[in-house]
Design a protein around this ligand. Structure first.
Ligand code: NDP
Length: 243
Protein backbone atom coordinates (compact mmCIF):
# COMPACT_ATOMS: atom_id res chain seq x y z
CA UNK A 1 0.00 0.00 0.00
CA UNK A 2 1.32 3.45 -0.83
CA UNK A 3 0.08 6.69 0.75
CA UNK A 4 -2.73 7.04 -1.75
CA UNK A 5 -4.30 3.76 -0.65
CA UNK A 6 -4.33 4.59 3.06
CA UNK A 7 -6.95 5.75 5.52
CA UNK A 8 -5.19 8.11 7.92
CA UNK A 9 -6.55 9.68 11.12
CA UNK A 10 -4.79 12.81 12.42
CA UNK A 11 -5.35 14.66 15.70
CA UNK A 12 -4.35 18.30 16.13
CA UNK A 13 -4.96 18.87 12.43
CA UNK A 14 -6.34 22.42 12.66
CA UNK A 15 -2.94 24.15 12.55
CA UNK A 16 0.83 23.73 12.34
CA UNK A 17 2.31 20.28 11.78
CA UNK A 18 -1.06 18.48 11.74
CA UNK A 19 -2.49 20.82 9.13
CA UNK A 20 0.62 20.68 6.90
CA UNK A 21 0.69 16.88 7.14
CA UNK A 22 -3.01 16.60 6.30
CA UNK A 23 -2.52 18.76 3.21
CA UNK A 24 0.59 16.91 2.03
CA UNK A 25 -0.97 13.46 2.48
CA UNK A 26 -4.20 14.58 0.81
CA UNK A 27 -2.19 15.86 -2.18
CA UNK A 28 -0.68 12.35 -2.36
CA UNK A 29 -4.20 10.91 -2.59
CA UNK A 30 -4.72 9.57 0.95
CA UNK A 31 -8.13 9.62 2.63
CA UNK A 32 -7.95 11.65 5.80
CA UNK A 33 -10.08 11.79 8.93
CA UNK A 34 -9.01 14.81 10.96
CA UNK A 35 -9.79 16.09 14.45
CA UNK A 36 -9.12 19.10 16.69
CA UNK A 37 -11.21 21.47 18.82
CA UNK A 38 -11.44 24.26 16.20
CA UNK A 39 -14.01 22.74 13.86
CA UNK A 40 -14.14 25.75 11.50
CA UNK A 41 -10.44 25.38 10.74
CA UNK A 42 -10.91 21.67 10.02
CA UNK A 43 -13.73 22.49 7.62
CA UNK A 44 -11.57 25.05 5.83
CA UNK A 45 -8.84 22.43 5.27
CA UNK A 46 -11.35 19.82 4.08
CA UNK A 47 -12.88 22.34 1.66
CA UNK A 48 -9.51 22.74 -0.14
CA UNK A 49 -9.81 19.16 -1.47
CA UNK A 50 -12.36 17.16 -3.47
CA UNK A 51 -15.50 16.49 -1.42
CA UNK A 52 -15.13 13.47 0.84
CA UNK A 53 -11.35 13.09 0.62
CA UNK A 54 -10.93 14.76 4.00
CA UNK A 55 -13.65 14.25 6.58
CA UNK A 56 -13.47 15.82 10.01
CA UNK A 57 -14.92 15.76 13.48
CA UNK A 58 -14.55 18.17 16.39
CA UNK A 59 -12.27 16.35 18.82
CA UNK A 60 -10.81 17.03 22.25
CA UNK A 61 -7.97 14.57 22.89
CA UNK A 62 -8.26 15.07 26.66
CA UNK A 63 -11.67 13.38 26.45
CA UNK A 64 -11.38 9.64 25.89
CA UNK A 65 -14.88 9.33 24.39
CA UNK A 66 -14.13 12.12 21.92
CA UNK A 67 -10.98 10.40 20.61
CA UNK A 68 -12.80 7.05 20.43
CA UNK A 69 -15.53 8.71 18.44
CA UNK A 70 -13.05 10.21 15.92
CA UNK A 71 -11.33 6.87 15.33
CA UNK A 72 -14.72 5.13 15.24
CA UNK A 73 -15.91 7.61 12.61
CA UNK A 74 -12.97 6.62 10.38
CA UNK A 75 -13.50 2.89 10.94
CA UNK A 76 -17.24 3.12 10.22
CA UNK A 77 -16.81 5.34 7.16
CA UNK A 78 -13.96 3.40 5.53
CA UNK A 79 -14.14 -0.03 7.20
CA UNK A 80 -10.53 0.27 8.40
CA UNK A 81 -7.85 2.56 9.83
CA UNK A 82 -4.34 2.20 8.37
CA UNK A 83 -2.60 5.03 10.22
CA UNK A 84 -3.34 6.99 13.40
CA UNK A 85 -1.19 10.09 13.81
CA UNK A 86 -1.41 11.32 17.44
CA UNK A 87 -0.16 14.84 16.89
CA UNK A 88 -2.19 17.18 19.15
CA UNK A 89 -0.07 18.87 21.80
CA UNK A 90 0.53 21.95 23.95
CA UNK A 91 3.70 23.59 25.24
CA UNK A 92 3.03 26.15 27.99
CA UNK A 93 6.58 26.04 29.34
CA UNK A 94 7.67 27.66 32.62
CA UNK A 95 10.04 26.92 35.48
CA UNK A 96 8.71 24.52 38.12
CA UNK A 97 9.03 27.16 40.88
CA UNK A 98 6.41 29.26 39.06
CA UNK A 99 3.93 26.57 40.16
CA UNK A 100 1.76 26.79 37.05
CA UNK A 101 0.18 23.54 38.12
CA UNK A 102 -2.90 23.97 35.90
CA UNK A 103 -0.58 24.17 32.89
CA UNK A 104 1.25 21.03 34.02
CA UNK A 105 -2.13 19.28 34.18
CA UNK A 106 -3.09 20.48 30.69
CA UNK A 107 0.20 19.26 29.21
CA UNK A 108 -0.12 15.86 30.87
CA UNK A 109 -3.77 15.55 29.80
CA UNK A 110 -3.09 16.54 26.19
CA UNK A 111 0.43 15.31 25.44
CA UNK A 112 0.35 12.02 27.37
CA UNK A 113 -3.24 11.05 28.02
CA UNK A 114 -4.29 12.29 24.57
CA UNK A 115 -1.77 9.89 23.00
CA UNK A 116 -2.91 7.02 25.24
CA UNK A 117 -6.56 7.66 24.34
CA UNK A 118 -5.61 7.51 20.66
CA UNK A 119 -3.84 4.20 21.20
CA UNK A 120 -6.81 2.86 23.22
CA UNK A 121 -9.21 3.83 20.45
CA UNK A 122 -7.29 2.37 17.52
CA UNK A 123 -5.47 -0.65 18.95
CA UNK A 124 -8.46 -3.05 18.99
CA UNK A 125 -9.17 -2.11 15.36
CA UNK A 126 -5.56 -2.58 14.23
CA UNK A 127 -5.19 -5.86 16.15
CA UNK A 128 -8.31 -7.13 14.39
CA UNK A 129 -6.98 -5.95 11.02
CA UNK A 130 -3.55 -7.46 11.81
CA UNK A 131 -2.01 -4.34 10.40
CA UNK A 132 -1.61 -0.66 11.26
CA UNK A 133 0.73 2.21 11.94
CA UNK A 134 0.63 4.50 14.99
CA UNK A 135 2.59 7.74 14.75
CA UNK A 136 3.11 10.36 17.45
CA UNK A 137 4.65 13.80 17.36
CA UNK A 138 7.31 13.54 20.01
CA UNK A 139 10.10 16.16 20.16
CA UNK A 140 13.78 16.84 20.64
CA UNK A 141 12.39 17.60 24.12
CA UNK A 142 11.84 13.86 24.43
CA UNK A 143 15.65 13.55 24.47
CA UNK A 144 16.95 16.65 26.31
CA UNK A 145 15.69 18.91 29.11
CA UNK A 146 16.38 22.60 29.61
CA UNK A 147 15.35 24.95 32.44
CA UNK A 148 11.69 25.73 31.88
CA UNK A 149 10.93 22.60 29.86
CA UNK A 150 10.80 20.03 32.70
CA UNK A 151 7.09 19.21 32.44
CA UNK A 152 6.83 19.54 28.65
CA UNK A 153 9.94 17.37 28.20
CA UNK A 154 8.52 14.99 30.81
CA UNK A 155 5.44 14.50 28.64
CA UNK A 156 7.56 13.85 25.57
CA UNK A 157 9.88 11.43 27.45
CA UNK A 158 6.73 9.61 28.57
CA UNK A 159 5.59 9.32 24.96
CA UNK A 160 8.99 7.80 24.05
CA UNK A 161 8.45 5.08 26.67
CA UNK A 162 4.85 4.45 25.69
CA UNK A 163 5.66 4.21 22.00
CA UNK A 164 8.61 1.90 22.49
CA UNK A 165 6.53 -0.38 24.70
CA UNK A 166 3.78 -0.36 22.07
CA UNK A 167 6.30 -1.18 19.33
CA UNK A 168 7.61 -4.24 21.16
CA UNK A 169 4.18 -5.49 22.20
CA UNK A 170 2.61 -5.19 18.74
CA UNK A 171 5.30 -6.71 16.50
CA UNK A 172 3.27 -9.92 16.18
CA UNK A 173 0.18 -8.01 15.04
CA UNK A 174 2.06 -6.21 12.26
CA UNK A 175 1.49 -2.78 13.86
CA UNK A 176 4.30 -0.29 13.25
CA UNK A 177 5.17 2.71 15.41
CA UNK A 178 6.89 5.98 14.53
CA UNK A 179 7.88 8.97 16.64
CA UNK A 180 8.42 12.21 14.77
CA UNK A 181 10.77 14.29 16.93
CA UNK A 182 11.27 17.82 15.65
CA UNK A 183 13.37 20.61 17.08
CA UNK A 184 12.02 24.13 16.72
CA UNK A 185 9.15 24.50 14.23
CA UNK A 186 7.45 27.79 13.41
CA UNK A 187 3.81 27.10 14.40
CA UNK A 188 1.14 28.34 16.81
CA UNK A 189 2.52 26.12 19.59
CA UNK A 190 4.16 29.00 21.41
CA UNK A 191 0.87 30.87 21.84
CA UNK A 192 0.21 28.57 24.82
CA UNK A 193 3.16 30.00 26.80
CA UNK A 194 1.63 32.23 29.47
CA UNK A 195 4.81 34.12 30.42
CA UNK A 196 4.82 36.98 27.90
CA UNK A 197 8.56 37.58 27.88
CA UNK A 198 9.38 33.92 27.27
CA UNK A 199 6.68 33.68 24.61
CA UNK A 200 7.89 36.75 22.71
CA UNK A 201 11.51 35.53 22.77
CA UNK A 202 10.66 32.01 21.61
CA UNK A 203 8.27 33.23 18.92
CA UNK A 204 11.00 35.52 17.54
CA UNK A 205 13.57 32.66 17.53
CA UNK A 206 11.17 30.22 15.86
CA UNK A 207 10.16 32.72 13.17
CA UNK A 208 13.79 33.41 12.34
CA UNK A 209 15.28 29.94 12.71
CA UNK A 210 12.54 27.32 13.02
CA UNK A 211 11.61 24.61 10.55
CA UNK A 212 8.37 25.07 8.64
CA UNK A 213 5.50 22.71 9.45
CA UNK A 214 5.83 21.39 5.88
CA UNK A 215 9.37 20.17 6.66
CA UNK A 216 7.95 17.97 9.41
CA UNK A 217 5.05 16.85 7.20
CA UNK A 218 7.57 15.42 4.70
CA UNK A 219 9.13 13.34 7.50
CA UNK A 220 5.70 11.95 8.40
CA UNK A 221 4.97 11.12 4.77
CA UNK A 222 8.34 9.35 4.48
CA UNK A 223 7.52 7.16 7.49
CA UNK A 224 4.09 6.29 6.09
CA UNK A 225 5.30 5.63 2.57
CA UNK A 226 7.48 2.61 3.38
CA UNK A 227 7.10 -1.01 2.31
CA UNK A 228 5.22 -3.12 4.81
CA UNK A 229 8.39 -4.71 6.19
CA UNK A 230 10.10 -1.38 6.97
CA UNK A 231 9.32 0.37 10.28
CA UNK A 232 10.75 3.86 10.73
CA UNK A 233 10.64 4.02 14.53
CA UNK A 234 11.83 7.58 14.97
CA UNK A 235 12.80 10.58 12.87
CA UNK A 236 14.62 13.35 14.73
CA UNK A 237 14.94 16.56 12.72
CA UNK A 238 16.25 19.97 13.74
CA UNK A 239 16.82 23.25 11.96
CA UNK A 240 20.44 23.14 10.78
CA UNK A 241 21.24 26.08 13.11
CA UNK A 242 19.81 24.46 16.29
CA UNK A 243 22.35 23.18 18.86
P1 NDP B 1 0.09 24.04 16.85
O1 NDP B 1 -0.26 24.80 18.07
O2 NDP B 1 0.08 24.75 15.55
O3 NDP B 1 -0.81 22.75 16.73
C1 NDP B 1 -1.29 22.06 17.85
C2 NDP B 1 -2.52 21.28 17.43
O4 NDP B 1 -2.96 20.51 18.54
C3 NDP B 1 -3.65 22.17 17.00
O5 NDP B 1 -4.25 21.64 15.85
C4 NDP B 1 -4.60 22.12 18.18
O6 NDP B 1 -5.95 22.23 17.69
C5 NDP B 1 -4.36 20.72 18.68
N1 NDP B 1 -4.77 20.54 20.06
C6 NDP B 1 -4.31 21.12 21.17
N2 NDP B 1 -5.00 20.70 22.25
C7 NDP B 1 -5.93 19.83 21.78
C8 NDP B 1 -6.96 19.06 22.38
N3 NDP B 1 -7.18 19.09 23.71
N4 NDP B 1 -7.72 18.28 21.60
C9 NDP B 1 -7.51 18.23 20.26
N5 NDP B 1 -6.57 18.93 19.64
C10 NDP B 1 -5.79 19.72 20.39
O7 NDP B 1 1.53 23.46 17.15
P2 NDP B 1 2.43 22.33 16.42
O8 NDP B 1 1.93 22.01 15.09
O9 NDP B 1 3.83 22.79 16.57
O10 NDP B 1 2.23 21.11 17.43
C11 NDP B 1 1.94 19.80 17.01
C12 NDP B 1 2.76 18.82 17.82
O11 NDP B 1 4.14 19.03 17.55
C13 NDP B 1 2.60 18.94 19.34
O12 NDP B 1 2.49 17.63 19.88
C14 NDP B 1 3.92 19.55 19.77
O13 NDP B 1 4.28 19.21 21.09
C15 NDP B 1 4.88 18.96 18.75
N6 NDP B 1 6.14 19.65 18.56
C16 NDP B 1 6.18 20.95 18.12
C17 NDP B 1 7.39 21.60 17.98
C18 NDP B 1 7.48 23.03 17.58
O14 NDP B 1 8.58 23.63 17.72
N7 NDP B 1 6.41 23.66 17.08
C19 NDP B 1 8.66 20.90 18.22
C20 NDP B 1 8.50 19.54 18.65
C21 NDP B 1 7.30 18.94 18.80
P3 NDP B 1 -7.17 22.94 18.43
O15 NDP B 1 -6.62 24.13 19.17
O16 NDP B 1 -8.07 23.31 17.29
O17 NDP B 1 -7.75 21.89 19.31
Amino acid sequence: MTIKDKVIVITGASSGIGKATTELLAKSGARLVIGARREDDLKEIADEFPKGQIIYQKTDVTDRASVKSLVGYAATHYGRVDVLYNNAGLMPISELADLKVDEWDRMIDTNIKGVLYGIAAVLPIMIRQKHGHIITTDSVAGHVVHPGTAVYAGTKYAVQAIMDGLRQEQVANNIKTTMISPGAVNTELFSTISDEKTRAQIEKDEKENGLDAEDVARAVAYAIDQPDKVAINEILLRPRSQK
